[in-house]
Ligand binder design. Structure first.
Ligand SMILES: [Zn+2]
Length: 501
């Protein structure tokens, strides 16, 4: 039985329901839910949106967003998260890379006093937990410390964390051995959580990309936990071309019965900073002041120069680094060097002396990007941090470039892997699908004009082509403009009954 009256009817669009073939028809919405989907619905509605010629899809879900600061900002406008809404993203995960809070409950309570534009879930973070228990120490935890870390994972899971995130590349997480991570993953797993990782190495800085993927798979196996590799990539000239080998490893793990997935942002450049991309870790130890002292130490000059030179080579040379803030904004490091009359290494040191500028690093091969993207277990993410167009354009670019222009994915593959796959794998109940009973998170976009405008030089331009966005049944975007409605919700994970007593 259809309800006689809906609040809203999205009429005549091409509906991609999420995980199913498209149909032409209508979507009826009442309160915060979808009440009917199908051709020629006989539903009276207070309002009708004419979606003929448009694509109607589940609101997109970003499993690696770095949007916590936006979602908790004092500025109500910023909390709408315009860059995401204007691409049709209605749900985002925060707390990735090991940076998630221990007091996840506090974050999840935030919308009660500070309404947000999109839904969100949060991980707790290994980095936060390890820092809390052992500080910055470069060692394995004692038995007592490990017990304390496990208790903190448990606490965070009981407060609604989605799972445990790690950023094993980053200190102090990089000081861990695999078994420490496994022990914590087991706690998260016992409470229905998932494991999300920024790998220990996406390049060949330390263990290398292949070994880092092996480690993620070992954590899935020994932690008995579904594992997700975030922003999967082969970073730098030495590992470019490795995507097929990495895919084979993940396929093998999946055949073994391990639940391993990944997500990816569709850009050939990552976001970093001059220091993070070029300065060896030993030279950063102790912070900026200590690093600058080392720059002035003649005894260290040669090894510093040679290691910076090696990191430059690894990233593809001085022409592959674009500085995006400060005095050299929108200049590549080779141009900076020419301007200063210095070689690239000396120019990098000179630039870092003035500050650690955010930097775009062109380090991925298109063939690797495409190979990862084609996998049915690769979701769309944004990794929306730093001055990078991925904040404003990842989902829109993936459609415009990889569906429409290059035909790497079909429209359905793009939509499913940006919505249903993500919702189902992460256990988001009643989201990621357009079906009766599901929450009404919906994007309606124009297939002719949906595209990113953001570029590396001008990263903060909103996407085009999104006509309407609904978040929990209310219009957040109307005729291509934000309505100002903040109807997003926190999405707490619920651990199995009895596990938090
Ligand atoms: Zn990351």
């Amino acid at each position: 039985m259809l309800p006689p009256q809906a609040d809203l009817l999205i009429k005549g669009g091409t509906i991609y329901p999420g995980g199913a073939e498209p149909i032409t028809g209508d979507v009826a919405i009442k309160d915060d839910r979808i009440v009917a989907v199908g051709p020629h619905l006989k539903v009276a509605a207070a309002r009708i949106l004419d979606a003929r010629g448009m694509i109607v899809a589940p609101g997109f879900i970003d499993p690696h967003s770095h949007m916590e600061d936006w979602l908790t900002d004092d500025d109500a406008q910023r909390r709408l998260v315009e860059p995401f809404l204007m691409q049709g993203v209605t749900t985002a995960f925060v707390g990735n890379d090991g940076g998630g809070r221990i007091k996840v409950g506090e974050l999840l309570a935030s919308p009660r006093t500070k309404p947000v534009g999109i839904n969100f879930a949060s991980y707790t973070g290994f980095g936060t937990i390890r820092s809390e228990v052992i500080g910055n120490a470069r060692r394995t935890p004692t038995a007592e410390e490990l017990a304390r870390e496990k208790a903190l994972v448990r606490q965070a899971m009981c407060e609604g964390a989605l799972g445990l995130s790690t950023g094993l590349f980053y200190a102090p997480q990089s000081f861990s051995q695999t078994d420490e991570v496994v022990a914590l993953a087991q706690v998260a797993s016992g409470m229905g959580g998932r494991y999300d990782t920024h790998l220990r190495d996406e390049a060949n800085y330390t263990v290398g990309l292949a070994a880092a993927v092996d480690e993620a798979i070992a954590i899935a196996r020994d932690g008995h936990i579904p594992a997700h590799i975030s922003h999967i990539k082969a970073l730098g000239v030495d590992v470019q071309g490795l995507a097929p080998a990495i895919i084979a490893k993940i396929e093998q793990a999946r055949r073994e019965g391990l639940d391993v997935t990944a997500s990816q942002y569709p850009w050939e450049a990552s976001g970093t900073s001059l220091v993070a991309s070029l300065i060896p870790l030993w030279a950063q130890d102790g912070g900026r002041a200590a690093m600058l002292r080392r720059f002035d130490d003649p005894a260290l000059a040669e090894s510093l120069r040679s290691e910076i030179g090696e990191n430059l080579r690894r990233r593809g040379g001085a022409g592959s680094l674009l500085i995006v803030e400060g005095r050299w904004k929108n200049q590549r490091l080779d141009a900076v060097a020419r301007g200063l009359g210095l070689d690239p290494v000396a120019a990098a040191i000179a630039a870092i002396r003035e500050g650690d500028a955010a930097t775009i690093s062109f380090n991925m091969a298109e063939s690797d990007i495409v190979a990862f993207m084609r996998q049915p277990w690769t979701m769309t993410d944004s990794d929306a941090s730093t001055a990078h167009p991925r904040v404003y354009g990842s989902f829109a670019r993936k459609y415009a470039v990889y569906v429409k222009e290059r035909k790497v994915l079909t429209l359905r593959e793009f939509i499913d892997r940006s919505s249903a796959l993500t919702a189902d794998w992460f256990g988001l109940t009643d989201r990621g699908h357009l079906r009766p009973g599901a929450f009404a998170d919906v994007v309606v976009f124009d297939p002719a004009t949906y595209a990113a405008r953001a570029t590396y030089e001008q990263p903060d331009l909103t996407a085009t082509g999104v006509r309407w966005v609904l978040v929990n049944g209310r219009l957040a975007v109307e005729d291509g403009r934000l309505t100002g409605t903040a109807n997003g919700r926190e999405l707490p994970h619920t651990p199995p009954a009895g596990s938090c007593q």
